[in-house]
Write a protein that binds this ligand. Structure first.
Ligand SMILES: [Zn+2]
Ligand SMILES: [Zn+2]
Ligand SMILES: [Zn+2]
Length: 336
């Protein structure tokens, strides 16, 4: 009788490092030590993410075969918490001020406890596309998380994947692109949609190009804008296109100036973010102070002003910082 040996699978965690050498920056991957790539300061972040994404995409694995890699390493990547819990997702983390980037399977509890990290949102089908067949389609039930959760996750992910100086308007645009792109990372935003976003499309596209997050292929013009996203990490997870579009529509409605009573993107972005993180029935929400600042691209000084302004314009009923935990608690106004 021959015993079948079970080949242990390589752990789903990948780490790259940006090293300063004389003459410039070099990208070094722990899993391909034989190679090192010269990168520029501007391209370093996107090169690191693209390389990690390639590893993750070449190792697609059924959910039940994925385990919390953080736990398997003794949970050294974060402060203490009460143990692993929640579904296993891909976590993108950055350490030492952006010199080290790690993509790893982690449980919800470990992901939430890790600083400078964000879950890679479920975006498009990582598996081969099913071409539409002649069969009539059965009506489908929404899959995966609801629209608020999707929007919240993408904003958190963008806070890690985009440089900190990218403007709130560009983040609102990136949110729409990430939610509306197809399986080939192509996205078309019609002019009407862009008008509804009320941002400077030319400038924000330029910002996202400079961050090497997308390439504009057409426009912006009378027909809108067409772009190819360069953030390959977004392809590393699965799921459902109509649900993503619904989430994009929700974000557009929620952040529209007439609803917010506010035109400035730097206030509309936190408005969308806080709505996404509120309980839909009670309107209550709660989050860590640092996380809101980071995910909304705010600064310490800007935080109080932004939330006070959102209260004055009737988006929030009120807000406070809990003296014990330091967490921010808020309540959405009726109708938001
Ligand atoms: Zn590598
Ligand atoms: Zn852990
Ligand atoms: Zn865990």
């Amino acid at each position: 009788m021959r015993l079948r040996t079970v080949c242990p699978q390589a752990p789903r965690t990948w780490t790259v490092e940006l090293r300063c050498l004389t003459g410039g920056l070099v990208l070094v991957c722990q899993h391909c030590p034989q190679d090192a790539w010269r990168v520029t300061a501007e391209s370093a972040r996107s090169a690191a993410l693209a390389h990690l994404a390639r590893h993750a995409r070449s190792d697609l694995r059924a959910p039940h075969l994925r385990t919390c890699q953080c736990h398997e390493r003794g949970c050294r990547w974060h402060r203490r918490h009460r143990g692993c819990a929640g579904p296993i997702r891909l976590l993108l983390a950055c350490e030492r001020g952006g010199r080290i980037w790690r993509l790893a399977d982690a449980c919800g509890a470990c992901a939430a406890a890790t600083a400078q990290a964000a879950i890679v949102p479920d975006t498009v089908l990582a598996a081969p596309l099913h071409l539409p067949s002649g069969r009539p389609r059965r009506s489908r039930r929404p899959r995966g998380p609801g629209e608020r959760v999707r929007v919240g996750e993408i904003l958190s992910y963008l806070a890690v994947a985009l440089p900190a100086d990218v403007s709130a308007g560009a983040r609102l645009l990136a949110l729409q692109c990430a939610l509306r792109m197809n399986a080939y990372m192509h996205v078309e935003l019609p002019a009407g949609l862009l008008r509804g976003l009320r941002i400077d499309t030319g400038w924000t596209c330029h910002e996202l190009e400079r961050a090497r997050w997308l390439n504009v292929v057409n426009g912006p013009g009378a027909a809108g804008v067409a772009a190819e996203l360069r953030d390959a990490t977004l392809l590393a997870q699965s799921p459902a296109c109509p649900d993503r579009r619904r989430a994009a529509d929700w974000a557009l409605r929620t952040g529209c100036p007439s609803r917010m009573g506010e035109t400035e993107p730097r206030l509309r972005l936190p408005g969308v973010y806080l709505s996404a993180h509120s309980d839909p029935s009670s309107g209550e929400g709660r989050s860590e102070y640092d996380r809101i600042i980071r995910d909304c691209g705010l600064h310490d000084q800007g935080f109080h002003g932004a939330l006070t302004r959102l209260t004055a314009t009737g988006v929030l009923e009120g807000w406070r910082i809990c003296p014990d935990s330091g967490d921010v608690h808020w309540m959405l106004a009726q109708g938001h």
